[in-house]
Design a protein around this ligand. Structure first.
Ligand SMILES: Cc1cc2nc3c(=O)[nH]c(=O)nc-3n(C[C@H](O)[C@H](O)[C@H](O)COP(=O)(O)O)c2cc1C
Length: 206
């Protein structure tokens, strides 16, 4: 068989790899059991606009988090690193209607930049505060479109010029049902046309 001979596949959500994130949220009354801070794992998420920075997250109506986010119009996207990978999986198989996922995972809920109700995960390397602009029913999932209203990052991720170095964050990606640690840097935006000097500066010995 020649290398690029093709097989037709059934229609499915085959776009890969995708980010996997831990979305934290809470009800208007976070002291009540049904409104306590919660975490849902989401893979159907993406950046959809630059100015203003906007994201989408698709969540089934049946999720406890759907109720919380609909109630407050707020959520936080927490990026997942190697240390958070197992808690991330757990938050994707257990419901906040039944357990306190912050407590079970040993994570801390902290005030989220720019938001009134939702909490961020202290242990996450980067937390992105979002305010919902609209909700679109797509079928299985409802797509929340949201504006980014605040971002916090672990200070160790900034270099001496204040540049965010996410390549040091040990981030995790999701590929066809499995979690992967991001690996070898192959290039950077525009490297195909960059000078040797720039490539050496940006890539080092890699
Ligand atoms: C890797 C992974 C990705 C997931 N992605 C989504 C998603 O994009 N949308 C969704 O509604 N549920 C998704 N889930 C399922 C929810 O995270 C899961 O049903 C969770 O228990 C819901 O929590 P909640 O009831 O506390 O909101 C995913 C689960 C895993 C493990």
């Amino acid at each position: 068989m020649a290398k690029h001979d093709k097989t037709t596949l059934g229609l499915s959500t085959i776009l890969n790899p995708v980010p996997v994130v831990m979305i934290s949220c809470a009800g208007k009354d976070s002291t009540a059991a049904e409104g306590r801070p919660n975490i849902i794992t989401v893979a159907w998420t993406g950046t959809i606009n630059s100015e203003p920075p906007m994201v989408s997250v698709s969540i089934r109506k049946s999720r406890h988090s759907h109720k919380l986010i609909s109630e407050t119009g707020e959520f936080v996207i927490n990026l997942v690193n190697k240390q958070l990978c197992k808690p991330c999986d757990l938050c994707g198989v257990k419901s906040g209607a039944d357990i306190d996922k912050f407590e079970v995972c040993g994570l801390n809920a902290v005030k989220a930049e720019g938001l009134e109700y939702a909490y961020a995960i202290k242990e996450a390397p980067v937390s992105i505060s979002c305010k919902v602009e609209s909700v679109t029913e797509l079928g299985s999932h409802d797509m929340f479109i949201a504006k980014i209203v605040g971002i916090t990052a672990d200070s160790y991720l900034l270099d001496e010029n204040g540049r965010l170095c996410l390549d040091n964050a040990n981030l995790v990606a999701y590929n066809h049902g499995e979690y992967f640690l991001l690996g070898k840097k192959l290039g950077f935006f525009g490297y195909s046309v960059a000078s040797e000097e720039i490539i050496k500066k940006r890539m080092g010995d890699k």
